[in-house]
Structures are given as structure tokens and as C-alpha cells.
Design a protein around this ligand. Structure first.
Ligand SMILES: *[C@@H]1O[C@H](CO)[C@@H](O)[C@H](O)[C@H]1NC(C)=O
Ligand SMILES: *[C@@H]1O[C@H](CO)[C@@H](O)[C@H](O)[C@H]1NC(C)=O
Ligand SMILES: *[C@@H]1O[C@H](CO)[C@@H](O)[C@H](O)[C@H]1NC(C)=O
Ligand SMILES: *[C@@H]1O[C@H](CO)[C@@H](O)[C@H](O)[C@H]1NC(C)=O
Ligand SMILES: *[C@H]1O[C@H](CO)[C@@H](O)[C@H](O)[C@H]1NC(C)=O
Length: 391
């Protein structure tokens, strides 16, 4: 018969197992903290493995996961091929990645589902209820090669995977126009904020050395701004997106729920996330360069929506909202309704007469409703149905 004490011990033991296998990190030899694997908390006084979530931490504790004194070996870079996907491994267990050889437990691949981010665990171990609960994650870059010079405000999210963390092997599309890195390479970081529906709200960061290969453009990445909440947010009873409220162009990662140096202040039940809710489109962030926009008005609910410059559109239509020739067709492309019956009525809009302003006046709501849904560009029919049902 179980006493409450033995039951408690049993539950604690289970929790202990979860803390070994749960959460998630970007694993690659180019990362700071690659070999931090101690679960006894001897060195830091708390669990500071790369997979450990971060919350209420001082700046030193969360910045680069407090691994700045554990740099990668010289010459180890994570390559970012311009215009192609960078293939990352995200896992809650280094033993389940290609780098298992330096994991204390050795190879722990899941034989049944080798691409799971958490061998032998349920999805709650990587903080998601199911596929529909995914919030996305992002990779950020700074064009500095000395990590001691890097500040939080230097990082720009250049690629997002809105269906992250779901598979261990996760693709991140690298914008075609990424300029080359300085002589010592660039410094990058992985960022993730889960939904908070499976596990408590928290924040993830792993820093690593990276390098852009195959660059064809020299236009620098613009100075990043803090991303604003502007997409449809049914949970908050905001059924329509507010495109004027979005931050366009280069955006910083979220620094959230820490004791110091936060840049977003949403409550713990409305996590800031890497998807359309904050205008982080799925895939390459193609509008992050200094010449991406002629002008960027200050975002506000009633502000005009800036239009990407024609010059830097990719010929293959790398992202929606680009690759067409006139503002009219561009707008209708990025805002094309998928399932709305009264699409024509909703598509009314007007434009600035003076096109030199390059601003698309936001005098219609149809596009807002359709263009801004979460993961709008990768919806599968079931997901699309689900979003539709929410309205
Ligand atoms: C990590 O550990 C492996 C195996 O001990 C070693 O070969 C490698 O150099 C270490 N890497 C770093 C960055 O310390
Ligand atoms: C996100 O990663 C998954 C798993 O690797 C991949 O199938 C998907 O294409 C990626 N999404 C984007 C936008 O690259
Ligand atoms: C980064 O990649 C470029 C292009 O391949 C290469 O010329 C350069 O040497 C690399 N930088 C480092 C630090 O490896
Ligand atoms: C606009 O963005 C701010 C900052 O993220 C957010 O607090 C506010 O709720 C947003 N307003 C609307 C109407 O979307
Ligand atoms: C966000 O910004 C992009 C530019 O990258 C724009 O094309 C798009 O319409 C905006 N809205 C959403 C929901 O992504």
C-alpha cells in the first residue's frame, strides 16, 4: 500500500526523469555549451544544460544560456546556405542527435520514431499538446564575430519554422539575400517560446557560431526592432489581425519573463511567439535588409502598411506578398482568402494616390482577416478548417 510519502517520492522520481528528457535545445558543435550535460547541478547550482528552459533569470544567467565560458571549438560553424534550407537538429536529448558520441548516455535514438525531438517521450516533453499547439521557433543572426561585443538588440530573426518544435530535423530557410559574414564568421542563436499550454511559460536560447555561404548580396541586415503583436488572436477574443500594428522588416528575438533585459512584457498567459501573431512569416524572413522598404511608418493599429520594394523581390516568389508587379496584385496575393465565401466584398481597399510613399493604406479588413492568420502560408486542410471554425 502506498503512503503519501512513497507516492510523493514516486512522483518526484517521475518528474526527475522528465527533467532529464524534457524541453529542447538546438544541438550542434558550433554552439556555446555543447558539452554541458551535468544533471547534478554541481557547477551552476541549477540545471543549466542547453535544453533547460529559462525564466526569472538574471541577464548573465539567460544570455547565451550562461555558456559564454564554454565556446565551440575553433573552426566549428553552423553553415547558412543563402537561398537554401539550413538543417538543424532540435532535441531534448543530445543522445538522440547526430552528436550522441559526446552525450554521457551515448546513443539514445528512438528506434520507432528516429526523428522525434524527444526519444521515448510524449509531446508534452517538448511543451506542446499536439501539432495545432505549435508556436514556432526562430534563428537569429548578428554580423559580429566577437561574442563579447554582441548585445541582445543586435540579433535579427532571419528564419522561422512555425511548426517547431515538432521534428528533430528541422529546416530553416535562409534568405537568398543574406550578405556574407565578417572574417571570423557570424554569431547566431536559436530562440523558442512554447505555447504555455503544456508546461509552464518559459523561454529558450542557445547561441552558436554560424557562417553564410553562397552569398550574392552585400546589402546589410537592417537594425532590428521589437516585434509587435498584430495577428489574429482568438484566445484574446481578437478575431482579426491588425496589419498596421505589425513590426515590418528586421525584428529582434523575444526576451521574455526574465528578471533583466526583457524586450516584451506580455503576461505569462499570452506568450510572444514566432509566427504570424507577431508577423514572423513561416520560412525565410526576406524583408530584413536595409533596402527592403522605402519607408517604415511607426506601427500602430491605424498605421499604413508598408510595401516591400520591388527591387528586392525574389524571382521565385520566395515569400507571399512578393514576386508580383503591382501593389494591387501583391496585396491580393498576400491576402487571398482561402475559404471565405464573401471574398469579393471583403477585398475592397484603397491606395495612396502618391505611390512614391510606397504605402498601402489599410482601409479594408478582409486582408487583415485572411492575410494574418497564424501559419497562414503552410496550412494543411485540417489546420485551415480548424482556424476557420474559430471565427
Ligand atoms: C565535447 O566533447 C567531445 C568528446 O569529449 C570533444 O571531442 C569535444 O572537443 C568537446 N567540444 C567542446 C566544444 O568542448
Ligand atoms: C520546418 O521544419 C520541418 C521539419 O524539418 C519541415 O518539414 C518544414 O518544411 C520546415 N518549414 C519551413 C517553412 O521550412
Ligand atoms: C564563411 O564562408 C565563406 C563563404 O564560403 C568563406 O569564404 C569564409 O572563409 C567562411 N568564414 C569562416 C570564418 O569560416
Ligand atoms: C499592438 O501591439 C502592441 C505591442 O505588441 C500590443 O500590446 C497591442 O495589443 C497591439 N494592438 C492591437 C490592436 O493589435
Ligand atoms: C508581415 O510582413 C510581411 C513582409 O515580410 C508581409 O508580406 C506580410 O503581409 C505581413 N503579414 C503577415 C501576417 O505576415
Amino acid at each position: 500500500m502506498y503512503t503519501s510519502t512513497t507516492l510523493f517520492a514516486f512522483i518526484s522520481a517521475l518528474a526527475g526523469i522528465n527533467s532529464v528528457s524534457g524541453h529542447a535545445a538546438f544541438f550542434h558543435p558550433s554552439m556555446w555549451g555543447f558539452n554541458v550535460s551535468d544533471t547534478t547541478n554541481a557547477e551552476y547550482g541549477y540545471d543549466n544544460r542547453p535544453v533547460a528552459p529559462m525564466r526569472d533569470y538574471t541577464f548573465k544567467q539567460w544570455w547565451f544560456h550562461n555558456h559564454l565560458d564554454k565556446p565551440p571549438n575553433p573552426g566549428d560553424f553552423f553553415e547558412l546556405p543563402a537561398g537554401k534550407p539550413a538543417k538543424a537538429e532540435i532535441s531534448c536529448d543530445k543522445g538522440g542527435t547526430s552528436f550522441f558520441a559526446s552525450s554521457p548516455g551515448g546513443d539514445s535514438h528512438d528506434r520507432v520514431d528516429p526523428d522525434t525531438p524527444c526519444p521515448g517521450s510524449k509531446t508534452v516533453a517538448y511543451h506542446t499538446l499536439d501539432f495545432n499547439d505549435l508556436t514556432g521557433c526562430g534563428l537569429a543572426i548578428t554580423y559580429k564575430d566577437d561574442v563579447n561585443q554582441v548585445q541582445p538588440e543586435d540579433f535579427t530573426i532571419f528564419s522561422v519554422n512555425q511548426t517547431c518544435v515538432w521534428r528533430k530535423n528541422t529546416d530553416f530557410q535562409v534568405p537568398e539575400r543574406m550578405p556574407p559574414c565578417p572574417a571570423g564568421g557570424c554569431i547566431c542563436a536559436f530562440f523558442w517560446v512554447p505555447s504555455g499550454n503544456a508546461g509552464r511559460p518559459e523561454n529558450y536560447m542557445n547561441g552558436f557560431r554560424c557562417n553564410v555561404t553562397g552569398a550574392t548580396s552585400d546589402v546589410p541586415v537592417a537594425k532590428p526592432k521589437v516585434a509587435r503583436r498584430c495577428g489574429a488572436d482568438p484566445k484574446a477574443e481578437k478575431l482579426q489581425a491588425v496589419p498596421g500594428n505589425c513590426t515590418y522588416g528586421a525584428k529582434q528575438p523575444f526576451y521574455w519573463l526574465q528578471a533583466e533585459r526583457n524586450n516584451v512584457f506580455e503576461g505569462e498567459h499570452s506568450p510572444p511567439v514566432y509566427n504570424d501573431l507577431y508577423n514572423f512569416s513561416d520560412g525565410a524572413q526576406v524583408d530584413i535588409f536595409e533596402d527592403s522598404y522605402d519607408s517604415l511608418p511607426d506601427p500602430a493599429p491605424n498605421a499604413p502598411v508598408p510595401v516591400l520594394r520591388q527591387a528586392n523581390k525574389s524571382p521565385n516568389g520566395e515569400t507571399s506578398g512578393t514576386g508580383t508587379t503591382t501593389p494591387t496584385s501583391k496585396a491580393s496575393k498576400s491576402c487571398r482568402p482561402r475559404k471565405l465565401p464573401s471574398a469579393d466584398g471583403l477585398r475592397r481597399r484603397s491606395f495612396e494616390d502618391d505611390d512614391n510613399l510606397g504605402l498601402l493604406q489599410r482601409t479594408w479588413i478582409g486582408g487583415a482577416l485572411i492575410g494574418m492568420t497564424r501559419r497562414s502560408r503552410t496550412l494543411d486542410p485540417a489546420e485551415s478548417r480548424r482556424l476557420w471554425d474559430m471565427w
